[in-house]
Design a protein around this ligand. Structure first.
Ligand code: NCD
Length: 305
């Protein structure tokens, strides 16, 4: 593996390998000194053109836990305001010597362009509504650690699927790993190419409550137009929100996940978000371990210590 641009790059064996390595790094992160020297002397470039809390911080934490140095670029306060292009910014960063670039950008395909311009290995940290492969991997790691397996799980992905790179990456990789996926969304928020997805769909959350192991909730992506295609927030909540009443109808072992950022009171009730079924903070912690696994695989062929 040279880059990680899309979950389409990963077959089942490659995902299993990264999740196994992710388990090893969860153990490393639990040590008194949560750091290994595996990537000493390496530098990881982070180019984040879109807002990010979890993804940027966890790539930073992952690189440092492997003893790599980090070079972080965000457009605020940079020469982007003076008209500098993505290409020139990428080449400028490259001239500072990183061994790999992590790229988030609102344009679909931007990480592929950065790879072609710089010749460096690239990890896609989210490109438009297209792909977000490390989010899918951290969700798979969270599921595997919780249930002991991913194969056979029944997962409902609920919300603004059309504009979600998280849904696109997760649905594809869940299928690869043998889980079944039901998309739950207003028809206006289903992806245009949904017929080519290996999924079922349902028109309301009540249809799936009794039959799923995982309810995976998504934010309405207002910055991509997601808020303009249903009449009101109240109407959305009435058909798609995971309210307390609905959460109480879920089977005892069903878990609730969300990639963040959550809009409490819209897709998820605040008490459900903080309740015992929610794996949201596990997802964040596992995100560090799985990103360590990805950086390790792309930057070395050795086994971890
Ligand atoms: C998501 C993203 O940016 O794609 N967040 C994340 O990376 N954890 C989802 C979102 O913004 O809704």
């Amino acid at each position: 593996m040279r880059d990680l641009l899309s979950v389409d790059d990963l077959d089942r064996a490659a995902i299993d390998d990264l999740l196994d390595l992710g388990d090893d790094f969860v153990e490393v992160l639990g040590r008194d000194v949560p750091k290994v020297p595996a990537l000493r002397g390496k530098t990881v470039g982070l180019m984040f053109y879109e807002p990010s809390t979890r993804t940027r911080l966890s790539f930073d934490r992952a690189a440092k836990a492997l003893s790599a140095d980090v070079l972080t670029f965000t457009p605020g306060g940079s020469s982007v305001s003076k008209g500098e292009s993505l290409k020139d910014t990428a080449l400028t960063l490259k001239a500072m010597g990183p061994h790999l670039m992590v790229v988030r950008h609102k344009a679909t395909g931007a990480p592929w362009r950065v790879r072609d311009w710089t010749g460096l290995p690239v990890v896609n940290a989210g490109d438009g509504a297209h792909q977000h492969p490390t989010q899918a991997l951290l969700d798979l790691l969270t599921l595997r650690r919780h249930f002991g397996k991913v194969d056979g799980l029944r997962v409902a992905i609920v919300g603004d699927i059309r504009h979600s790179r998280v849904a696109r990456s997760l649905a594809g990789s869940l299928h690869t790993m043998g889980a079944s996926v039901t998309l739950v969304a207003p028809s206006t928020l289903l992806p245009i190419d949904v017929d080519s997805w290996e999924v079922d769909s349902a028109a309301g959350i009540d249809e799936v409550l009794g039959e799923v192991d995982v309810v995976y909730l998504l934010r309405i992506q207002t910055e991509r137009g997601g808020g303009e295609v249903f009449p009101s927030v109240a109407e959305y909540v009435s058909r798609f929100g995971l309210t307390r009443r609905r959460a109480d109808q879920l089977p005892a072992d069903t878990v609730v996940m969300h990639p963040g950022p959550m809009n409490r009171g819209v897709e998820i009730d605040p008490q459900v978000a903080d309740g015992p079924r929610a794996l949201v903070t596990d997802q964040v912690s596992n995100g560090i371990a799985v990103r360590m696994a990805v950086l390790f695989r792309l930057l070395t062929s050795e086994v971890p210590e």
